[in-house]
Ligand binder design. Structure first.
Ligand code: IMP
Length: 190
């Protein structure tokens, strides 16, 4: 079966390809000749994932899945959420995003937060949604070098390391994206 993963992110693509059963031929947006960035104009994480999967269905008529992730901070009314990449402006600048988040959270004792990944699958015109959630807290100072985005300030519940202090394998075992991906893989393996 041919299946498109609606991403231009090569690292994500390689990671996901390695997890999928071998009978699935995974294609990237580049593989199907889609050069543009699919607009992420929905107001929710789930909405953006559906929008991207459906874009591929409508324009290329291929089976497809797409993911979208956000960090929801309880004391900030679940911000930055769907705007996680653009929290401090349009440039997806992780250090600026982290700086803004730490500043906004300065006066709150409740530092609980969660990462949420939504994966929307469009298989033979039918949409199915998979959600992966990882609960944790926002620490006060950056710790660790690995990962990306908000990893240096997110410490998952039950651990004393931030995501940026973990190996990629540890992170994907307990993290939001790994959880959502495993549900998708279970579904596709049936
Ligand atoms: P995307 O939907 O996977 O592109 O994620 C949107 C934004 O959320 C990214 O630009 C990062 O700022 C943040 N983000 C997503 N996943 C992670 C993660 O696993 N760790 C830290 N930050 C993340």
């Amino acid at each position: 079966m041919k299946l498109v993963f609606a991403t231009h992110n090569t690292n994500k693509f390689i990671e996901v390809k390695a997890m999928l059963p071998k009978h699935i031929e995974l294609l990237s947006l580049t593989d199907i000749g889609c050069k543009e960035d699919i607009p992420e104009t929905a107001k929710t994480i789930e909405g953006n994932a559906i929008l991207k999967a459906n874009y591929v269905r409508e324009n290329y008529n291929l089976n497809c899945f797409a993911d979208d992730t956000g960090l929801e901070v309880k004391a900030l009314n679940n911000e930055p959420g769907v705007y996680s990449a653009r929290y401090a402006g349009n440039s997806n600048d992780s250090s600026a995003n982290i700086k803004k988040l730490l500043k906004n959270l300065e006066d709150f004792n409740d530092r609980s937060a969660r990462f949420k990944t939504a994966i929307a699958l469009n298989l033979e015109q039918e949409d199915t949604m998979f959600l992966g959630i990882c609960e944790g807290v926002i620490v006060k100072e950056l710790r660790g070098e690995s990962g990306f985005g908000y990893d240096p300030i997110f410490q998952p519940a039950g651990f004393n390391k931030t995501f940026a202090e973990m190996t990629l394998q540890q992170k994907s075992e307990i993290g939001h994206r790994g959880k959502a991906m495993r549900q998708l893989i279970d579904y596709l393996s049936k």
